[in-house]
Design a protein around this ligand. Sequence first.
Ligand code: HEM
Length: 90
Amino acid sequence: GVSSLMRVTPSQLKHNSGRKGRAAWSSYQGKVYNITPYIPFHPGGEGEIRRAAGKDGSKLFMEVHPWVNWENMLGECLVGIMVAENDGLI
Ligand code: HEM
């Protein structure tokens, strides 16, 4: 449920870049997803989806496949919502 969602700041999102052994997070329209488990299954390849890691992927996503329903596909991977930098709990 929504109560278990983290409040994620821009610097926390950037930290989870999928590099240096870290998880890959990406935000879409204010929601933050852990895309790590999906990366090997991405039909467009790992390199392409990794371009959205650690950042807001909305623009890249919409440029390539606006018809793909990411909320359906990544629902299980939802970890939080974006908040302002000074609004995080950690
Ligand atoms: C293809 C999902 C992020 C680039 C696809 C397809 C799906 C998908 C389902 C197949 C679409 C179809 O055949 O109609 C996702 C999800 C993403 C994501 C769930 C977010 C987590 C991205 C990003 C990029 C990207 C950020 C580029 C920067 C591509 C490309 C293809 C593709 C180029 C076409 C591959 C081909 O037809 O040969 N993706 N994608 N994707 N994706 Fe993504």
